[in-house]
Design a protein around this ligand. Structure first.
Ligand SMILES: [Zn+2]
Length: 341
């Protein structure tokens, strides 16, 4: 299986930390995550690494009105250590000027104050989108049946209006738009957190089916999206499906919910499948609440394999770096599993 990567993303290392009573909250998205995944996959000869290609900026700008804001803010920083956190949010009813010429306007374009911009953030986020695009091109041209794009930063919380949740550009949305001229696309998000950005991108578009299986947003980020009654809008009604699950969910319950999603995907008959693959569903993940074990990801990958659709996997979350690499590897091995003889 081809693994697409771009280059060292070590310069995008947010340092946000916040102490509330005895609890310390901090950004868990470190460059060590990519290193852990690479180490696991490189130890197995089934995986062949390819460097992502450059793609025109317009493939990203056409989806992200805040593209220039992120780029300009990154360019305005003086050194690699400095980081800017959007911290002024206009709220509903304000006279919003959609400007991107100063870091000040971050609250218009970003949902939270935990998604900082550093000097290299634009470059790294763009490379992450290009990683997904390179994978999309390989499956579009029929060269590969299944490709894994080792994206970082993640993308699924970045939407058509705002970015946030450690995400800048929506990698799977960029890949889906790229594939759409060739046929319908289904996107299934298995990160612990609902893929709100992805859902919003395609909420009105009936040629893209979106689904997400995640921790119940009553208790978990992103809180304001991810409920079972969100089914798509207008003509696209019926092309979104959410499976919010309770804390403590184990494989048996998880697999049943995933089977309901895959059943709907089959009925939708997409030409391509994109998986937003997060592994913060692992029982030891510091911010997830499910109880999936390392070996469970092989079974989950196999459930997808049974679909037989050209598939692009894009990396999203997963924050226990001691198990992340093995979880990704097990998932990809399940996904490319062939029964012999
Ligand atoms: Zn997540």
């Amino acid at each position: 299986m081809k693994v697409i990567e771009k280059y060292n993303d070590s310069q995008h290392n947010p340092s946000w930390k916040y102490q509330l009573g005895p609890d310390v909250y901090e950004v868990k998205d470190t460059p060590l995550r990519v290193e852990a995944i690479k180490k696991s996959l490189q130890a197995d000869q089934q995986f062949e690494f390819l460097t992502a290609k450059p793609f025109p900026e317009r493939l990203i700008t056409r989806l992200h009105p805040y593209h220039d804001y992120i780029k300009n803010t990154a360019l305005s920083l003086q050194n690699d250590e400095q980081e800017f956190y959007p911290d002024l949010f206009p709220g509903e009813g304000a006279h919003c000027k959609k400007r991107s010429d100063s870091p000040l306007w971050g609250g218009i374009w970003c949902t939270d104050a935990v998604t900082p911009i550093k000097r290299k953030t634009y470059e790294v986020a763009r490379a992450s989108a290009e990683t997904a695009l390179t994978g999309a091109e390989l499956i579009r041209d029929g060269h590969e049946k299944t490709v894994y794009a080792l994206c970082r930063p993640s993308g699924h919380h970045a939407g058509p209006r705002v970015f946030g949740g450690y995400c800048y550009f929506n990698n799977v949305a960029v890949a889906a738009e790229y594939l759409l001229p060739e046929g319908k696309v289904a996107i299934v998000d298995i990160d612990y957190h609902h893929g709100n950005g992805t859902q919003e991108f395609f909420d009105n578009i009936k040629s893209v089916f979106t689904a997400s299986i995640h921790g119940d947003p009553d208790d978990e980020y992103p809180y304001f999206w991810g409920y079972a009654d969100e089914k798509g809008q207008g003509q696209a009604r019926g092309t979104n499906h959410n499976e919010p699950l309770p804390k403590g969910t184990q494989l048996a319950q998880y697999s049943k919910a995933l089977a309901r999603i895959l059943d709907k995907v089959r009925k939708f008959k997409p030409a391509y499948l994109i998986i937003s693959a997060g592994f913060d569903t692992h029982e030891t993940d510091p911010i997830g609440g499910f109880k999936l074990r390392t070996e469970d990801y092989f079974a989950i990958g196999k459930q997808f394999q049974s679909m037989g659709i050209p598939t692009l996997v894009c990396q999203e979350g997963g924050y226990n770096i001691d198990v992340l690499g093995e979880c990704v590897k097990n998932f990809l091995l399940g996904l490319s599993y062939h029964k012999c003889c």
